[in-house]
Design a protein around this ligand. Structure first.
Ligand SMILES: *[C@@H]1O[C@H](CO)[C@@H](O)[C@H](O)[C@H]1NC(C)=O
Ligand SMILES: *[C@@H]1O[C@H](CO)[C@@H](O)[C@H](O)[C@H]1NC(C)=O
Ligand SMILES: *[C@@H]1O[C@H](CO)[C@@H](O)[C@H](O)[C@H]1NC(C)=O
Ligand SMILES: *[C@@H]1O[C@H](CO)[C@@H](O)[C@H](O)[C@H]1NC(C)=O
Ligand SMILES: *[C@@H]1O[C@H](CO)[C@@H](O)[C@H](O)[C@H]1NC(C)=O
Ligand SMILES: *[C@@H]1O[C@H](CO)[C@@H](O)[C@H](O)[C@H]1NC(C)=O
Ligand SMILES: *[C@@H]1O[C@H](CO)[C@@H](O)[C@H](O)[C@H]1NC(C)=O
Ligand SMILES: *[C@@H]1O[C@H](CO)[C@@H](O)[C@H](O)[C@H]1NC(C)=O
Length: 573
């Protein structure tokens, strides 16, 4: 690329002077970039164009309509609104017969728009040069709310509540209001599991604006990474479409320092007439085309693949296990908290085998954990480091990656499936986000091992009171035991003592180093947040023949803050 720098510059200049598409005699792309003054540019093609200022893309013309209108428009920002990037220059840095690649430069890095002649929208990507250590980094559109009244993710589709509803309601916490009829309005209801997205965005009868992130390796976190996707801006009424390329909304500790060159994208920002089926077709097309052959970036194009087959130490295949390929230099950091490089997520087949394609070359560590199903009893995480992925090679880890698990004969009881999610418990669904659902969990209830089902246990706990498990022992204990409490999430503000037959054996405590808060129940999550595994030794003298009882006795409670259950189990030690 460097060798062609001067040619590219000249080309860019020609377009600046010639005005691109206004010269019909000339062959070449219809995309254009025009500079109006030091801080204003117009870019686009015959079909659409955007007027871009120093921070905001303020006027988006399509079918003779300005789709930004009174809204803020397009921008790139980190750690909240105080840090919207400022573009100091723009140039066409590359072009072909039917496309141009426009680069906007900021001191933190470069934002690119790749504009094809026939495309309403653009591929976008960002190359880091000097971003600070950050948790939140995003690109977004804040659009005209009459053109885009509705929003769609893979789990929620509907009219964005109008600003008038917000104005008439009472603010009850950050970005959350209660209406006169008791229902809640919150942007967090529009969150989703980001790696499960196909196409998402805002739309109406005439227009749709979608993000189609075919590749997802530049996101932080794992399969359970959740983010805010779209919402109504509660101060201005803008229709907001977020592209949270690094985020922390449902995580506790996820600040990262990025290497110069870390690249997010390319993803497609796609504008259409509001048709969801057209956006879905486009998603399928993008998914087939990813990784994009047209992207002239050597590191991006240099990929290999990894395959393997995992068996548990008791001989069972690791059926359906969650498989994560991440950082090799910190294999003990949970998958959700990794975020400075590139990450790959798949699930194993029923026989424990897995394939991960299109992995950037490098050295990775593999982490796997149970995702319910046939191995829902497995509480350990399997970690294997030093996995080298080389260009155009398939790294075969073989058929016998052995995952050490606890002997199932030692299990006294287990409530819920081990999958780092609340799935299967009462009120965990149907939708994964709903502010205040935790209020519906009764303060006191008892689960009886042998009689109750997983679906009798509630997904969360917050209220003052006790959730209890009664379990029988046929004979008195002959060894000590271990109580494992797996939390799918923890939103600090509530705490509990864990009692066995009335004696304190453990705790779930706010502000303890073991339990950093991930704001999940607080931000309407009902299925997952940040997973925590708590283990408490149990002295055999506390156990007895006949019925025994474990109480999770809430000692302090803050409304909407508490924990999400994954699984609770007792093993002989
Ligand atoms: C640059 O042009 C834009 C659009 O015409 C205008 O709004 C803005 O005031 C101009 N800025 C300067 C510094 O001239
Ligand atoms: C942008 O699009 C509008 C509406 O289609 C058109 O009038 C305008 O000339 C375009 N701007 C440029 C710079 O081509
Ligand atoms: C962009 O410039 C504005 C001042 O116009 C400043 O407030 C803001 O912090 C700058 N953004 C960044 C990321 O430095
Ligand atoms: C759209 O935004 C305007 C402000 O620009 C606001 O007055 C109006 O209530 C918003 N409409 C909806 C449906 O929220
Ligand atoms: C971290 O991971 C390494 C490699 O898997 C392992 O050997 C080590 O015991 C782990 N350390 C901790 C503190 O868990
Ligand atoms: C829960 O149980 C405790 C202890 O028995 C009792 O004091 C409390 O009133 C109960 N709470 C509710 C809401 O029933
Ligand atoms: C809570 O349990 C942990 C072990 O998980 C223990 O280290 C800590 O001291 C306990 N804290 C309280 C307040 O009981
Ligand atoms: C459980 O907590 C309640 C307060 O919520 C308290 O009144 C009760 O004594 C506790 N039970 C035990 C056994 O500690």
């Amino acid at each position: 690329m460097r060798a062609f720098g001067s040619v590219v510059q000249v080309l860019g200049l020609l377009y600046l002077i010639g005005g691109g598409n206004s010269a019909p005699a000339k062959k070449g792309p219809k995309g254009f970039l025009k500079q109006l003054n030091d801080t204003t540019w117009v870019l686009g093609n015959d079909l659409w164009n955007l007027t871009q200022g120093r921070q905001y893309g303020v006027r988006l013309m399509y079918k003779d309509k300005d789709l930004v209108g009174n809204a803020v428009g397009h921008y790139v920002s980190y750690n909240g609104a105080a840090s919207d990037l400022n573009w100091t220059s723009a140039a066409i840095v590359e072009s072909g017969s039917d496309y141009i690649n426009v680069k906007f430069t900021a001191k933190e890095g470069d934002f690119h728009w790749v504009i094809y002649d026939d495309l309403v929208g653009a591929y976008q990507y960002f190359i880091n040069h000097a971003l600070p250590v950050l948790g939140e980094f995003r690109t977004l559109w804040r659009l005209d709310n009459t053109s885009f009244p509705r929003g769609r993710t893979n789990v929620k589709d509907g009219v964005l509540p109008p600003l008038s509803d917000y104005l008439a309601a009472t603010n009850v916490q950050d970005e959350t209001w209660q209406e006169a009829d008791g229902t809640y309005l919150t942007k967090y209801d529009w969150a989703a599991f980001i790696r499960e997205q196909e196409y998402y965005g805002v739309y109406g009868n005439e227009f749709g604006s979608w993000y189609i992130n075919a590749g997802k390796d530049y996101y932080n976190g794992d399969h359970l990474k959740q983010e805010l996707m779209i919402h109504r801006e509660s101060k201005t009424g803008d229709a907001v479409q977020l592209n949270m390329i690094h985020g922390t909304h449902y995580q506790a500790v996820s600040k990262d320092a990025f290497d110069d060159g870390k690249t997010w994208g390319p993803w497609l920002w796609y504008l259409n007439d509001g048709s969801k089926s057209d956006a879905a077709d486009r998603w399928r097309q993008e998914q087939k085309a990813w990784p994009y052959k047209w992207f002239k970036d050597t590191a991006y194009q240099t990929r290999g693949s990894v395959r393997g087959k995992i068996v548990l130490s008791d001989g069972r295949p690791a059926a359906g296990a969650a498989i994560f390929l991440g950082d090799n230099d910190m294999p003990n950091v949970t998958a959700l908290d990794q975020g400075k490089r590139y990450y790959y997520t798949v699930y194993a087949d029923n026989d424990g085998s897995f394939d991960i394609d299109d992995v950037r070359t490098g050295t990775y560590a593999l982490q796997t954990w149970a995702n319910g199903g046939k191995i829902a009893d497995v509480t350990t995480t399997f970690v294997q480091g030093d996995i080298v992925v080389a260009k155009d090679k398939r790294t075969d880890l073989g058929k016998k990656l052995t995952w050490t698990v606890t002997d199932r004969k030692d299990r006294v009881f287990q409530v819920g499936n081990f999958d780092r999610k609340t799935v299967g418990f009462k009120l965990s669904g149907p939708t994964p986000f709903e502010h205040g659902r935790i209020d519906k969990v009764p303060a006191n209830f008892t689960y009886t091992v042998g009689k109750s089902k997983s679906s009798d246990w509630y997904f969360a706990q917050s209220a003052l009171g006790a959730q209890s498990i009664v379990f029988p022992l046929k004979a008195g204990p002959s060894s000590n035991a271990k109580l494992t409490v797996s939390l799918a999430g923890f939103s600090g503000g509530s705490s509990a003592n864990i009692l066995l037959n009335g004696q304190k054996v453990g705790n779930i405590t706010t502000n303890s180093a073991l339990l950093p808060t991930s704001q999940d129940t607080y931000r309407a999550a009902t299925q997952a947040g940040e997973w925590h595994l708590l283990e408490f030794p149990i002295d055999q003298s506390l156990l007895k023949q006949g019925d025994n009882r474990i109480d999770f006795n809430v000692t302090t409670s803050t409304r909407w803050r508490g924990w999400l259950w994954d699984s609770i189990l007792l093993d002989w030690a």
